[in-house]
Design a protein around this ligand. Structure first.
Ligand SMILES: [Zn+2]
Length: 230
């Protein structure tokens, strides 16, 4: 998606290091992200993520100075220019959406819970029902997250799975691993979106020390995903 000059999107960790619980500590991180993007705080919209399957379009209203926070939401969509969607990640996957012809952008926060709740599928259904677009007019990118190398789950995890999601569970030696990314991609592929419109990162946030990982560090610090239309 980086070959579209009309949008900007990214996935960054230090020096951004958001801690969702302590607002004052975030000021420096806020400032760093502002310096990187040059989007003023009032034009940010931050998702208060809960590993659920709610999503929303960003409404036009803004706070005077501070970012707008939308609670209880794991996906946001907007057509507004210079309105930046911001989300926090530590092993969950960001899924970036761009439809140039509308234009529409979106960002989804998907961990195993969101994947099992079929959040990517739900968002794409909404988009295809609302807009008259063909599958070759939508572009998606799945960013870094915890990959199949590291997402070990215990035996009870099977109880959460159904027939579809069970395909992404694998047994290696005596342990079970779940491939969240492949499960996300399978939900995207249902709509006939071709390979050339879909990018995905091989970076594992647990293996790669440049990123925060909840599994590795039990940290409250978060990587930051963002997207906006210029
Ligand atoms: Zn890994």
């Amino acid at each position: 998606m980086s070959n579209f000059p009309e949008i900007s999107h990214g996935f960054v960790s230090d020096p951004f290091s958001f801690d969702p619980s302590i607002n004052l500590k975030n000021l420096k991180a806020f400032y760093n992200l502002y310096k990187l993007t040059n989007i003023s705080f009032k034009d940010w919209v931050i998702a208060g993520q809960v590993h659920g399957d709610n999503f929303s379009y960003v409404e036009k209203d803004r706070n005077l100075f501070m970012p707008k926070i939308i609670k209880n939401i794991d996906a946001l969509l907007t057509s507004e220019k210079r309105r930046m969607i911001v989300m926090f990640f530590a092993d969950c996957f960001p899924v970036y959406i761009f439809i140039p012809k509308i234009p529409l952008i979106g960002l989804i926060h998907v961990g195993w819970r969101g994947a099992i709740k079929m959040l990517p599928l739900k968002i794409l259904k909404e988009i295809f029902n609302t807009y008259k677009i063909s599958p070759n007019e939508i572009f998606l990118a799945v960013g870094p997250g915890i990959q199949r190398c590291c997402f070990q789950v215990d035996n009870n995890f099977v109880e959460y799975l159904d027939e579809q999601s069970l395909d992404y569970l694998e047994k290696r030696k005596e342990n079970f691993y779940f491939d969240i990314k492949r499960f996300i991609i399978s939900q995207i592929s249902v709509f006939g979106i071709s390979e050339k419109n879909l990018e995905y990162s091989e970076i594992c946030t647990k293996c790669n020390l440049d990123f925060y990982s909840f599994r590795r560090d039990k940290t409250r610090k978060r990587n930051v995903g963002f997207i906006y239309i210029k």
